[in-house]
Design a protein around this ligand. Structure first.
Ligand SMILES: [Ca+2]
Ligand SMILES: [Ca+2]
Ligand SMILES: [Ca+2]
Ligand SMILES: [Ca+2]
Length: 438
């Protein structure tokens, strides 16, 4: 039997209410005729199971695992990872394979953050599912030690080698729930090099999961990292993460459309910070399904110089490597030392996109899209504008999220349902100006 360690208490946030210990709470909890939802506060630790309804303010005290259950998070809820003395112990919310999260912040952004407003001050949000991965066995999610897992199953994914495409699609048609209008701030605790949590970590998350309007705001590792799975996402914002805005591995095959990434020039950054980073796996294997994100209408923004003010070079706007595959359409990649850096037999298709202001540091080429022994097929490369001018079109940080120049000037035919490049059209450019974006 699983340990049940849920601790919930209503604490004093207003002089009007005395502290009360509750056995349970729900969205409808009230004291008398007073609606306490706005002031409700609970603290949760360890394993939660069954049906859980969170609202108000929820503190995560260490790792919280949803096991054999459902977590419903009301619009407007704030989830706060309590500070811990070591990164290993950092608070985090892990939706295990047997859990479902329903977090719809349409009527009030759902915010996950740390107690301190500093990067890496807590772990982050982790979704695990049973969708396909290209590894021989299910994997344990990184960033959580066995001791911290405390016997809970933190594996994800289904190994699908030898399966037919139809069988893989069926395996991918699973859901971990819904994330809508969810912001994760200052996450990404690192337990060791290359072993970190991220703002959003998706492990084997299935194609029936709903993910849209999500922002990773600052953080100590990646904004959105995908280990296998096939979850499709729209309207993502990656603001000033420390490593990669969008990181793909282990056979991820979903589609991401309408996404923007910006950086904070004053940060020191990781040793390998890319806008998009994509590996088949770390061993450059030929295991299938190949990691193949389909990326449409992305705007990846670095700086006007391709460097941070701390003079720590960013790497590439997109680094497709280690036998991955990719499709990149209708996108803008701007202001990195390299535009698309393409290595190690990786294969991809680039359509109707703009690479510009990706200037040189010590790298061999500002807009290198072909390198080494790759076998890329840029079938529509003639529709893509590749420029290397460092003309200062974009005022690094302060100009907001909008495209730095009028993309309508580049009238290459669209190959998807949109007719513009990047995350925003000139007439429908308001999706990040809403209040859910910090
Ligand atoms: Ca990571
Ligand atoms: Ca990364
Ligand atoms: Ca990576
Ligand atoms: Ca990286």
């Amino acid at each position: 039997m699983k340990k049940f360690l849920l601790k919930q208490s209503l604490v004093l946030l207003s002089v009007l209410f005395a502290s009360v210990t509750m056995i349970s709470c729900s969205n409808d909890s009230e004291l008398g005729s007073v609606d306490t939802r706005a002031t409700q506060s609970i603290t949760v630790s360890g394993v939660i199971t069954g049906t859980n309804n969170w609202s108000g303010t929820v503190y995560l005290d260490g790792k919280v695992f949803l096991v054999n259950g459902t977590l419903n998070i009301a619009a407007g809820t704030t989830i706060i990872g309590k500070a811990k003395s070591t990164a290993v112990e950092s608070s985090a919310l892990i939706i295990t394979k047997t859990g479902t999260i329903n977090a719809d912040g349409t009527n009030g952004t759902i915010i996950f953050k740390g107690e301190a407003d500093t990067e890496g001050s807590w772990g982050g949000l982790v979704l695990l599912g049973t969708a396909a991965i290209n590894q021989p066995t299910a994997k344990e999610i990184e960033g959580i030690t066995p001791a911290q897992a405390a016997g809970n199953d933190i594996t994800y994914g289904t190994s699908v080698q030898g399966k037919t495409p139809a069988e893989i699609i069926a395996i991918n048609n699973v859901s971990s729930g819904t994330l809508k209008y969810v912001r994760v701030e200052n996450a990404g605790a690192s337990i060791s090099d290359a072993n970190e949590l991220n703002a959003f970590t998706f492990g084997g998350v299935g194609a029936l999961t709903t993910v849209d309007h999500c922002q990773a705001y600052h953080g100590a590792d990646d904004a959105f990292e995908f280990f296998g799975g096939a979850v499709n996402c729209t309207y993502l914002v990656a603001t000033a993460c420390d490593d990669d805005a969008f990181d793909f591995d282990f056979g991820y095959t979903g589609t991401i459309q309408f996404a923007v990434a910006t950086i904070e020039p004053s940060f020191a950054y990781s040793k390998d910070p890319n806008g998009i980073e994509c590996d088949n796996d770390g061993a450059s294997s030929l295991l299938t399904p190949f990691t193949h994100p389909v990326l449409r209408n992305l705007t990846i923004v670095g700086t006007s110089t391709g460097k941070t003010s701390a003079n720590v070079a960013l790497k590439s706007a997109a680094n497709f490597r280690r036998n991955c595959q990719f499709t990149l359409e209708n996108s803008v990649l701007y202001g990195f030392p390299k535009g698309i850096y393409f290595t190690d037999e990786s294969q991809g298709q680039l359509d109707n996109s703009v690479l510009t202001n990706n200037v040189i540091s010590s790298e061999p080429s500002g807009n290198e899209i072909v390198s080494g022994t790759n076998s890329g097929t840029f079938a529509n490369l003639t529709n893509s504008l590749v420029a290397s001018t460092a003309n200062g079109l974009f005022n690094a940080w302060g100009a907001g999220y909008k495209n730095p120049f009028d993309l309508a000037a580049f009238s290459a035919p669209a190959l998807t349902s949109t007719t513009y490049k990047g995350a925003f059209s000139s007439t429908e450019d308001t999706w990040t100006s809403a209040t859910w974006v910090r």
